[in-house]
Design a protein. Sequence first.
Length: 250
Amino acid sequence: MNMEIDVRPVLPTVRVPTLILHAGGDRVAHIRNGRYLAEHIPGAKLVELPGEDHIPAVGGADAIVDEMQEFLTGVRPDHEPDHDRVLATILFTDIVRSTEQAAALGDRRWRNILEQYFTVVRRELARFRGREIDTAGDGLFAAFDGPARAICCAWRIRDSVRAIGIELRTGLHAGECEVLGAKIGGIAVHIGARVAADAASGEILVSNTVKDLVAGSGIGFQSRGVHALRGVPGEWPLFAVTEDLKLSQT
């Protein structure tokens, strides 16, 4: 029944602002139909949209809404990202065998150890201009504006907390992150956490991105092979920071 309706005789009588939206490759109603409407409705505006779907909600809903908003208000919507984004180096640390140590030492002594641990962590973060994002139990999540400082900070933290009987596994990755208030998030953060999870006891493990960014810094690396990071697509070459690291940066 819809296909048999013929509105051509009444088109010249339309006297209101009219917007015609038609997919250029529409497989149900040919684009020439939309063009005919625009030619015979006085003052009509035709927008030929990309695509071939006849149903507006399929494939091009955002473009349709944008055209309607501009037609009605005279202002085209600005599709800036909902969140600011920033390039950051992500640092995750985790205490090795923390549950076993807590059970052996008891709650009070373990709490004292953790207080010393976080005192060291925050001192070194301040020294290397890192920003504490979050702590969960005995884990640390921090961000830096430079990968070399992040590596140096990780090295200093690892060596300093050994004096209080703590061994760390540490992971670093660099990438674009969403700014979420005082915190950051996004896939780069997830990758950093997965890199840390694959680190051995006492190891500072970095993604290939971090390694490439500090080329020429004098920081040495040893390949740890290609890893499949849980929940992250693809395979990831990972590298351990070697013992020839020079902690000259302040």
